[in-house]
Design a protein around this ligand. Structure first.
Ligand code: GRF
Length: 208
């Protein structure tokens, strides 16, 4: 059984989708902990209701990024995870953190990377006149939002879309793509070659 720890900051709908798919599809894995940098994150309540350990490591209690990351790593490592999944985790992590979890740290970013790394992705895609938007699941490396891409989801940008409407359309596919990507990892189906990630069984890594 692979042990999964999920990092969140808020709502936690991607985390929920992963917890539910893991149980429903009988993955050789278990979500052992949900950890938030915000104690008030709604996702922590959901985890508790599922009997999953719910932990808050409040970033505001730490003087700087380095000491917060050290405390976060300690909380994560106490769970002995095989995989750490960032799902709406809204903190930039240090190179020490990404090095420590190299090859076993996934993130979901709401844009078609390498376009629109960073914040406000949907607003920026609309402002740029994009006709296509989406989300990316990638391995996390020291460079923000630039690690090897496991899967991407694409949706059309429709005339008159607001950022909220676009985000909602993308989120539907996030909830399909992220559980699939996590499942591939725990089933040892992912092969990494530089920035390229392929699925050993040839599963489609593009969600539409
Ligand atoms: C998602 O759109 C994710 O891509 C982004 O933040 C949002 C988190 O939503 N990083 P949730 O907390 O999983 O509901």
């Amino acid at each position: 059984m692979k042990r999964i720890a999920i990092l969140i900051s808020g709502r936690g709908s991607n985390m929920e989708a992963i917890v539910q798919a893991c149980a429903r599809e009988g993955w050789p894995a278990q979500v052992v902990a949900v950890i938030s940098n915000r104690p008030e994150a709604a996702g922590l309540d959901y985890a508790r209701r599922q009997g999953i350990e719910a932990i808050a490591v409040d970033h505001k209690a730490f003087a700087d990024r380095g000491t917060f990351d050290a405390a976060l790593m300690q909380a994560i490592d106490a769970q002995r995870p095989d995989l750490v999944v960032m799902a709406g985790f809204m903190r930039i992590v240090t190179p020490a953190f990404t090095a420590h979890y190299a090859g076993r740290l996934l993130n979901i970013h709401p844009s078609l990377l390498p376009s629109f790394a960073g914040l406000h992705t949907h607003e920026r895609a609309l402002a740029a006149g994009c006709k296509l938007a989406g989300a990316t699941v990638h391995f996390v490396t020291a460079e923000l939002d630039h690690g090897p891409i496991v899967a991407q989801a694409m949706v059309p940008v429709l005339p008159g879309d607001s950022a909220q409407q676009l985000a909602a359309r993308v989120l539907v596919l996030e909830h399909q793509m992220y559980p699939a990507a996590v499942r591939w990892f725990v089933e040892d189906q992912l092969q990494i070659d530089g920035l390229r990630v392929s699925h050993r069984g040839g599963a489609a890594q593009l969600f539409t």
